[in-house]
Design a protein around this ligand. Sequence first.
Ligand SMILES: Cc1ncc(COP(=O)(O)O)c(C=O)c1O
Length: 276
Amino acid sequence: MDDLAQLDEPELRDHAAALGEVGEPFEVREDLAQQALTNLGGLLAGVPGTDRLEVRDSGGGETDTHGPARLLESEALLDVSEEFGARFMVDDAHGIGVTGRGRGTAAHYGLTDRVDLIMSTFSKSLASLGGFVAGEEDVIGYIKHHARALIFSASPTPASTASALAALRIMEAEPERVDRVIAHGEYMRAGLRALGFNIGNSVTPIVPIVVGDDQATFAAWRMLFDSGVFVNPVISPAVSPGRQLLRTSYMSTHTTEQLDRVLDIVGQVGRRLGLI
Ligand SMILES: Cc1ncc(COP(=O)(O)O)c(C=O)c1O
């Protein structure tokens, strides 16, 4: 084995973004989530002489089961990675626009200079389509010429890049929007927990409701849709069987009345399906 990529969530395997960046020769270890922090050194030491890349999902992947613990672990994990010469990549899809006053998880911890690659999507806080990878120029050049997601693909459209840029400018000029969306996430987590839903340890305004079954997830999605609430159903293999969920996402422009209405409707659907 020449190279090793360690992903902290089984779900990351299915994120073409993550695998597309590292390419086929990398062996994917899915067991990092189960490894205690103290084991990471052993894991890295066990593969001497290989090029190692560690991929962390800052928001907690689809199920957010590790949320705050993972965020707190970041610096300690970086220390261990540096000690063993591994590269560190953060999938900040759930962090950009939220944590670190919108600048992301690495910025929140003052670790931006120590993280080798930060990737995120435009499809969440940046209200568009596409995404970015930030890192050293040579590495970005390599990605541009080798990443499956880029080869033979058209460039992002002017409309989607302009939208992402406009969202970024608004975020910089009106940071109160970031505060508001964080507050909305907290409000909904408290409300959903009080109703009795399993929402894992979600830490961002993308709050999962774990359903645990494909059919029940689709049924809940349909009932919510028919009642005027749009969520994203996430089923296996995007998540492991048993962790199927509804992904609920909040915007700074939602009103408290809207959030309360959502809680009311989600509560009714949850009771009808026996989720709560
Ligand atoms: C953690 C994480 N990373 C990456 C992505 C990929 O984003 P996109 O669908 O814009 O490619 C997502 C999308 O939901 C995500 O949740």
